[in-house]
Design a protein. Sequence first.
Length: 192
Amino acid sequence: VDKLLHQWTAEYENGKSVIIPMNWRGFNDVMDAWSRKSTNHDVPERCLRLLRARQRLAKYNKNLCPLPSQYTKLINMLLKQGRLEDADELLIAWIQDYNNNGNSVPEPHMFAFRMVMNAWSESEHESAPERCIRLLKEMEHLVEHSNGAIRAEPRAYSLVMKAFCNRGRMAEAEEILFGWCHEGNNDRRITQ
């Protein structure tokens, strides 16, 4: 089915008529099948390939724009496989794709930020606090430029604190926390 869907995608992109109308269901069904019924280590790569094909096709047909849930499902798959850096890279790529191709890429879901930030805060990586801050800044940038269409994920701020505290860096956590308090509850921006 995966191979057939890719064949149809290539034909559709080349302007050929396709046997069935290209819509989102085919992509969803194949991604769901890969994620639920396969134990292959390359399932995230296969799903990412489908996601990228869907992004390309969305330039021609808005009905094919990937859903935020497909990105979060893929991020979750990577996290379950212990591939935190890959999940982080996918989230950053999603943000960049959205900023560059807003019509063919859905707005990044705040839950995805929370999933990756939580994984960083619980990881053994020494750079986890900085990774959480970078993601928090990306989240705040999206919120700031959404004209009120999206809201920040409140738990993200506590995950930054958790990342610092889990590494014994309480003084830095306290400094950031007081910075947020000084700026006011309605505008908690990272200043580092």
